[in-house]
Design a protein. Structure first.
Lengths: 281, 291
C-alpha cells in the first residue's frame, strides 16, 4: 500500500521568498503526525499544498491523488479544519449540517447530531452568535461526522482557552481516531500535543529538519544531565546541543553509544519540545 | 445536479437580500395601491384600455427589473470576494465541491436565480395591485389591468428578458466575477478602475474612444437588439387619452425580436468574451484562496 502522503522535492515560492524548499516526507496511514515548526517555517504552505489549495512544484501525492488538480475528489476522503474561525458568520448550525449532508457522500448526519447534542448549541443559531469555543465544537462535529481517511488541522486551537483546547484534543483522540484514519496537524504549541502524536515532522525555513516516529526518536536520540566536572568527558560523545539548567548541563545526542552515556547518569529520551528546541537552535 | 441546487440554496442563505429586497418593494407597491390616491379618467375604447393597462403593468415590472439589475451586479462583484475576506473560503474548500461548480453556481444565481425571484415578486404584486385597483376604481380604469392576455404577455416578457439579458450581459457578469475572485481589497473600486483607466489612457494617448464605445454599446445596445424598438414599427401603437398621446407596444409577441437577437454576431461575440472571463474567474478561484 502506498503512503498516504508522499512529498518529494516539494517546493513553494511566493515571488522571491521560498516558503518550502525541496521538502521530502511521507506519512503512513493510521498515524497522528505533528508538523511542527516556528512561525513562518512553511507549515501552512505545506498544508495548503497537501490540501490542494495552492499550486506547487515538485512531486506530491495525497491519497494517491494530485491535490491541486483533484481537490474536489480528494476532499471526499480527506477533510480539514484550517484554524478555527472560518465558519461563515451568517451560516446557521442546522443549515451547515443540511449543506454538508447534501453535498458530501461520506457525511453521517446522525453522527454530527450526536456530537452536537453533547453541546448546548441550538440548531437555529448563526455562527456569529457563537463564541469561538462553540464555533470550534460545531466545526469539529461537522468534520468528525465525515468518514475521511485523512484529517488535517492547521493550528486548530489558536485563540482558544486552555479548557477548550483540552476538550478539543480529547474529542479528537477519543471520539475520532482509529486505525483507519490519519491525522496531520500543525501547531506551535508542541507541549500540548506531544502526548498524542505518533510521528513528528520538524520544519524550519522551508526545510524538513526531522521526520520520525516517536519510537524511532527513543532509539535515535538521548539526553543526559551532567555535572560540571563530567562535562568535558561527556562532550567527547559529541552532543549536538547543550542546555544549562540549575547546576547541571543537559546534553543532547543523536545516535549515541548508550552504554558510554550511561556512566554520566540516567539516559533519557528527550521530549518532543526539547528535541524541537535542540534541533532548531 | 444535487450539489448545484445546494450551492444555489447556500447563496440564498448568505444573501438574504436576494428575496428581502423584492418582498419589501412588492409590499410597498401593494400598500401604495391600497391607500394611495387613485385618480383616473375614464378609458373608453378597448385600445386605450390595452395601452394604458399594459403600460401600468410594465411600469411595475420595469421598477423590479431595474432594482434587480443593480442588486445582481453588486452580488456578482461581491460573490467571490466575501468568503475570501472573512476566510470562510477555507471551510468551503474543505468540501468536495470543485471551484468550477462554485463559480458556475454563483454565476447562475446572479444571472438567473435572482431575476427569477424578482419575477415572482413582480408577478405576485402586480396580481394584487391589479385586483386592488380594479376594485377601487372599477368604473373607469379597473378592467384595463384585469386582462388575462396582458397577463400572459407579461410572463413571456419576463422570461424573454431573463434569458436574453443573461446572454447579452454575460461578459459584464464574467468580468465582475473575475475581479471578485482577484481583488484583495476595495473590490467595487477595482471593478470600475480598469475600464475607466483604459478609457482615459486611450483618450490621452490616441485621442480615440474605442474602449468607451465598446462598453457603451454593450450597455445600451441590448434594447434595440432584443426588441423592435423603433416606434414606427408595426409592434407599436399610439393612443390618445385626455389629449395626451401615448405610444406603446401593441403586444409583447410583436415587440420581442428573438430572431434579431440570436442572429446578431455581437450577441455571440459577447458570449465568447463572457465565457473567457468566467474561465479566468475559475482559474483565480483555484489559486487565490486568501487575500
Amino acid at each position: 500500500m502506498p503512503a498516504l502522503i508522499e512529498a518529494r522535492d516539494l517546493t513553494k515560492k511566493y515571488g522571491k521568498h521560498t516558503a518550502l524548499d525541496r521538502a521530502n516526507f511521507t506519512i503512513e496511514s493510521g498515524r497522528i503526525v505533528g508538523l511542527i515548526g516556528p512561525n513562518g517555517a512553511g507549515k501552512t504552505s505545506a498544508l495548503r499544498a497537501i490540501l490542494g489549495l495552492s499550486p506547487y512544484q515538485g512531486h506530491l501525492r495525497v491519497l494517491d491523488r494530485e491535490p491541486f488538480t483533484e481537490r474536489a475528489r480528494l476532499m471526499q476522503d480527506a477533510c480539514f479544519i484550517a484554524d478555527v474561525a472560518v465558519l461563515p458568520s451568517w451560516l446557521r448550525v442546522d443549515h451547515a449540517i443540511d449543506f454538508v449532508a447534501g453535498i458530501h457522500p461520506r457525511f453521517r448526519r446522525d453522527r454530527a447530531m450526536a456530537l452536537l447534542a453533547k453541546t448546548q448549541i441550538g440548531g437555529r443559531r448563526r455562527m456569529r452568535e457563537l463564541s469561538k469555543g462553540m464555533k470550534t465544537q460545531v466545526h469539529l462535529a461537522l468534520t468528525m461526522a465525515i468518514d475521511a481517511r485523512l484529517f488535517v488541522l492547521d493550528e486548530p486551537t489558536l485563540g482558544l482557552d486552555i479548557l477548550a483546547r483540552r476538550a478539543f484534543y480529547d474529542a479528537l483522540v477519543n471520539d475520532y481516531m482509529d486505525e483507519t484514519r490519519t491525522i496531520l496537524l500543525t501547531t506551535h504549541q508542541v507541549e500540548e500535543v506531544e502526548n498524542l502524536l505518533t510521528d513528528v515532522i520538524f520544519i524550519d525555513k522551508g526545510r524538513i529538519v526531522l521526520d520520525s516516529s516517536l519510537e524511532d526518536i527513543a532509539t535515535r536520540y538521548a539526553a543526559v544531565a551532567v555535572t560540571a566536572d563530567q562535562l568535558g568527558a561527556a562532550r567527547d560523545q559529541k552532543p549536538f546541543y547543550e542546555r544549562r539548567t540549575l547546576g547541571k548541563t543537559i546534553l543532547y545526542f543523536e545516535r549515541p553509544d548508550f552504554d558510554k552515556l550511561a556512566v554520566f547518569g540516567e539516559v533519557l529520551t528527550p521530549s518532543v519540545s526539547d528535541l524541537f528546541v535542540a534541533k532548531l537552535s | 445536479m444535487k450539489t448545484f441546487s445546494w450551492l444555489i440554496r447556500r447563496e440564498f442563505w448568505e444573501n438574504r437580500a436576494i428575496w428581502m429586497v423584492p418582498v419589501v418593494i412588492a409590499a410597498a407597491l401593494v400598500l401604495a395601491a391600497l391607500f394611495g390616491k387613485v385618480e383616473l379618467t375614464a378609458l373608453t375604447s378597448p385600445d386605450q384600455s390595452r395601452v394604458v393597462g399594459g403600460m401600468v403593468l410594465s411600469a411595475f415590472s420595469v421598477t423590479f427589473f431595474l432594482i434587480m439589475s443593480l442588486y445582481a451586479t453588486w452580488y456578482l462583484v461581491d460573490c467571490l470576494y466575501a468568503d475570501r475576506k472573512d476566510r470562510s473560503i477555507l471551510f468551503w474548500k474543505s468540501l468536495p465541491i470543485s471551484d468550477t461548480a462554485t463559480v458556475l453556481a454563483k454565476l447562475f444565481t446572479g444571472l438567473v436565480a435572482i431575476p427569477l425571484v424578482y419575477f415572482l415578486a413582480a408577478d405576485v404584486s402586480t396580481v394584487l395591485i391589479a385586483f386592488i385597483i380594479s376594485v377601487r376604481a372599477r368604473s373607469t380604469f379597473g378592467s384595463s389591468l384585469w386582462q388575462p392576455d396582458l397577463w400572459l404577455q407579461l410572463q413571456a416578457l419576463w422570461v424573454y428578458l431573463i434569458v436574453t439579458t443573461a446572454v447579452w450581459y454575460l461578459p459584464f457578469a464574467g468580468y465582475c466575477m473575475a475581479i471578485s475572485a482577484w481583488a484583495r481589497r476595495a473590490v467595487m473600486l477595482w471593478t470600475i478602475l480598469p475600464p475607466l483607466a483604459l478609457f482615459l489612457l486611450e483618450r490621452w494617448f490616441f485621442g480615440t474612444h474605442r474602449v468607451g464605445s465598446i462598453l457603451w454599446d454593450r450597455a445600451v445596445d441590448y434594447l434595440p437588439l432584443a426588441f423592435h424598438s423603433s416606434s414606427d414599427h408595426a409592434a407599436w401603437m399610439t393612443t390618445v387619452v385626455d389629449d395626451n398621446s401615448f405610444t406603446a407596444p401593441s403586444s409583447v409577441w410583436r415587440l420581442i425580436d428573438p430572431v434579431g437577437f440570436v442572429s446578431n454576431p455581437a450577441t455571440w461575440i459577447g458570449v465568447v468574451v463572457g465565457i473567457a472571463f468566467v474561465v479566468v474567474a475559475i482559474q483565480l478561484r483555484l489559486r487565490r484562496t486568501e487575500m
